[in-house]
Design a protein around this ligand. Structure first.
Ligand code: FAD
Length: 612
């Protein structure tokens, strides 16, 4: 018998679980299958970038992870001096100050997966089935245009390859088969993606000769910066990156020059062992001493930099995460960018399934995320070359890497790796017809079309509570109209706002319908003193709820609070207090439209191209 479902997700790694989280929010009937019998318990990825923590926070479980993780504060650069002895040559902030309210943090992949699993375990619509893999895939092309149809048929098999932590484990070889019909499918099945292979999508790029070892250890050392993130370039023994982790652990990424294969060949993995990897680490860190008596996890890998030539087929089957991009893990991007892929994708799929949005939005996934993947590979090429290179002895040493240039590349790279700088280009979801020029003086604090809406502190009009505006933008599937109404005690600003308020209440207006259907939520930030106005001076749409109750947490003042100072939101966002502006954010908090406070036509034009 065929079981019909809305969405099949193959792979319950970071990309698959992020996809499942959105499915749970929207309540679409979803099955996640993974050939492993358990989640990852140790090792693999461990870095959480600022943007990822913002996203986890928006689902409501970022706090726990952030508390548990080790928040990285500083990067120390260690380079050889004129005698070839490593010395600390510089220190910088690990996360660029003010880029986000969250700093890059480190915690192992298994804990992050656990938080997701807890989040998705309650909604009955999402089911995670382990020890299961797809064995057959058919697509009925004649059904693709039919939104009610299930054009994808997948045979699932309770598998032999029930791996535990990638090293073999409990096997359930029942071979039992079942068949699911799906409206949509996502391959989040990692670097060796079965789904990608079935679709005939190719990875483009190359394997480098660079071989690295990774060890998670409790170190015993006299190296003074072991609790800071460090890059250590030795004169001739290679390079190490030190990542201080949670629970006192330290991850070492160690260059293994002795395992470098011939050009175009793969290295021999059997030559890697904790002993040989650690011996390389000791050589690089000399004259400092390092040893350990607990190693939690280790592996060796050869860096490959590849991107898939397509991210989707018929806008019905999609690929996300390592299934479409692979690169070196040292910049901590793999898990983050993978989660960002499915974070970008699944609200779109779910909105289409729920008949809220038009299917044409689905094509924006490939355009938006493939562009990011290409940037990532470009960044990784530069970063890896710098990282793996030998330090230059002096200016004349052209074969060596200038450590000044390395630091500059590293600092610049920090903007990219934070995930904050992602800017989606113009498409149906990012409309350049509004008034994007309201922004911006600040490169990252301000509001920019196609970028995520940054957080800033404001004061709640109703009760003076200091609120991070980012907290108002939850991952709950809502679009938000954020109105910077300006100095509302001024007649012009008040009239402008009232015009918008009237439109939001017009019985037949599109904006009102979207509010009634709980698709669009209006939020207001004014620039007058909080005590000079009352909540009920504002248009009703900003505090009334569909059921007639009042919502006291959607009108805010850019004003001082009693205990947490002034957030200076208008100045952070670069919004002019006289003219104000209006911003429409997508359910993933990216800014899709910006314009005048009362440009109702512009808002409706943008939204009606997307929403039904
Ligand atoms: P994955 O995490 O690979 O998840 C894919 C999931 O799909 C897995 O659970 C897998 O069991 C499942 N799956 C695969 N094929 C099938 C199938 N046919 N049917 C059903 N299920 C399937 N990143 C770092 O930043 N630092 C590191 O040190 C680091 N080390 C790594 C070490 C290893 C051994 C591996 C494999 C990855 C490592 N990574 C590291 C990369 C990082 O883990 C990934 O970038 C990140 O997990 C990508 O998430 P994903 O969900 O796309 O893929």
């Amino acid at each position: 018998m065929v079981e019909n479902i809305d969405l099949l997700i193959v792979g319950a790694g970071p990309a698959g679980l992020m996809a499942a989280a959105w499915a749970a929010v929207y309540g679409i009937k979803t099955k996640v299958v993974d050939k492993r019998t358990t989640k990852i318990e140790k090792g693999h990825a461990d870095g959480l970038q600022s943007r990822t923590i913002e996203i986890l926070h928006s689902f409501g479980f970022g706090d726990g992870i952030y508390k548990e993780a080790n928040r990285l504060q500083e990067v120390c650069f260690w380079n050889p001096d004129e005698n070839g002895v490593i010395r600390r040559t510089d220190r910088i902030a690990d996360t660029i100050p003010k880029i986000s309210r969250f700093q890059q943090s480190v915690i192992h992949q298994g804990r992050i997966e656990q938080y997701f699993l807890e989040f998705v375990q309650h909604p009955p619509e999402v089911c995670i089935d382990r020890g299961v893999e797809p064995a057959g895939l058919e697509i009925d092309k004649s059904l693709i245009a039919n939104e009610d149809a299930y054009p994808i048929t997948v045979t699932l098999k309770r598998g032999k390859e029930a791996l535990v932590d990638g090293i073999g484990g409990a096997e359930d070889d029942s071979g039992e088969e079942s068949v699911v019909g799906c409206k949509y499918m996502i391959g989040c099945d990692g670097a060796h993606s079965w789904v990608r292979e079935k679709l005939g999508i190719m990875m483009e790029g190359a394997q480098t000769e660079s071989v690295w070892g990774v060890m998670d250890i409790l170190p015993i050392t006299d190296f003074p910066d072991i609790r800071s993130r460090c890059t250590i370039h030795s004169a001739s023994a290679g390079t190490i990156m030190v990542i201080p982790r949670e629970r006192g652990l330290v991850r070492l990424y160690i260059q293994l020059a002795h395992l470098t294969p011939a050009r175009g060949e793969r290295f021999d993995k059997s030559n890697g062992s904790p002993e040989t990897i650690f011996a390389a680490a000791k050589r690089i860190m000399a004259p400092y001493d390092i040893s350990y008596n607990y190693c939690e996890w280790w592996t060796v890998y050869q860096v490959g930099q590849r991107v898939a030539n397509a991210f989707a087929k018929y806008d019905r089957i999609f690929l996300a995460g390592d299934a479409v991009h692979t690169h070196s893990p040292k910049a901590g991007q793999g898990m983050n960018v993978s989660m960002h892929d499915s974070y970008n994708l699944v609200w779109k799929i779910a909105s289409v399934i729920k008949r809220k949005a038009r299917p044409l939005i689905l094509s924006t996934y490939a355009t938006e995320r493939r562009a990011v993947a290409l940037q990532l590979i470009e960044f990784d090429r530069r970063f890896s070359r710098m990282f793996s290179g030998r330090p230059a002895k002096d200016i004349a040493d052209e074969a060596g890497i200038s450590m000044e240039e390395f630091k500059r590349t590293f600092e610049k790279g920090n903007i990219f790796t934070s995930g904050i700088s992602v800017k989606y280009g113009t498409n149906v979801l990012v409309d350049s017809m509004g008034k994007p020029e309201v922004a911006f003086r600040m490169p990252f604090g301000g509001l920019q079309l196609g970028m995520r809406f940054p957080s800033s502190q404001v004061a709640c009009q109703a009760d003076a509570t200091p609120i991070q505006l980012g907290d108002a933008l939850k991952s709950d599937g809502l679009w938000r109209l954020i109105v910077f109404a300006g100095e509302v005690t001024q007649p012009l600003a008040k009239e402008r706002l009232d015009r918008l308020g009237d439109a939001l209440l017009q019985p037949h207006s599109f904006l009102r319908r979207l509010q009634q259907e709980v698709t669009l939520e209006p939020v207001l930030v004014h620039a007058s003193s909080r005590q000079s106005v009352e909540l009920f001076d504002f248009p009703k749409a900003f505090y009334s709820k569909k059921d007639g109750q009042y919502d006291y947490y959607r009108v805010f003042a850019d004003d001082a609070t009693y205990h947490h100072g002034h957030g200076n939101a208008y100045s952070n966002y670069g919004v002019d207090k006289e003219s104000g502006c209006a911003v429409l954010t997508r359910p993933d908090q990216y800014i899709g439209w910006m314009g005048e406070v009362d440009d109702v036509k512009g808002m409706e034009r943008y939204l009606s191209a997307i929403l039904r």
